[in-house]
Design a protein around this ligand. Structure first.
Ligand code: ZN
Length: 158
């Protein structure tokens, strides 16, 4: 079976920075729904289109093709008094960005009464190398297509 729209694809994604630093060894298989559902970067989907199980490819992606460039507008400082107690550096906080959209912020630094937050994806601004191995391809269920993601092993559980 070939990879095309609305097919559930199981892959090993080994991810490293272009500098060679390993970020994810990809040992844990990941399942995604193919066809522009935003589960994997579009350039990765394009490389896998029409391929089948056993296919292997290495892709070097620039930040704008991976998790985006680092957006300074998403770096914010708030007062400690606005802050829920118990959140530490490296912790996460849900909140609206300047346009009012819900976003996850990472606590970068706490200095005196100021808390420094970053709403960028942790991999934003980084060029990434994806070593992709396709291990399984199957038709997605109607429910999976409705949800826009794969269920079960390597996918969503809910
Ligand atoms: Zn679902």
């Amino acid at each position: 079976m070939k990879i095309e729209k609305d097919v559930a694809v199981t892959v090993h994604f080994k991810v490293s920075e272009l500098t060679g630093k390993l970020l994810d060894d990809g040992k844990e298989p990941v399942a995604y729904l193919h066809g522009g559902y935003g589960n994997v970067p579009p350039k990765v989907e394009k490389a896998l289109e029409g391929q089948s199980a056993g296919y292997q490819v290495t892709l070097d992606l620039q930040p704008e093709d991976a998790f985006g460039v680092h957006d300074e507008n998403l770096v914010q400082t708030i007062s400690k008094s606005q802050f829920p107690p118990g959140v530490k550096v490296g912790g996460q906080l849900q909140g609206p960005d300047r346009e009012g959209r819900a976003r996850t912020f990472i606590v970068k630094k706490i200095k005196g009464q100021e808390v420094f937050l970053d709403g960028n994806h942790p991999l934003a601004g980084k060029g990434l190398r994806f070593d992709v191995t396709v291990i399984g391809v199957r038709a997605a269920s109607v429910e999976e297509v409705e949800h826009g993601h794969v269920h079960g092993d390597g996918g969503h559980h809910h």
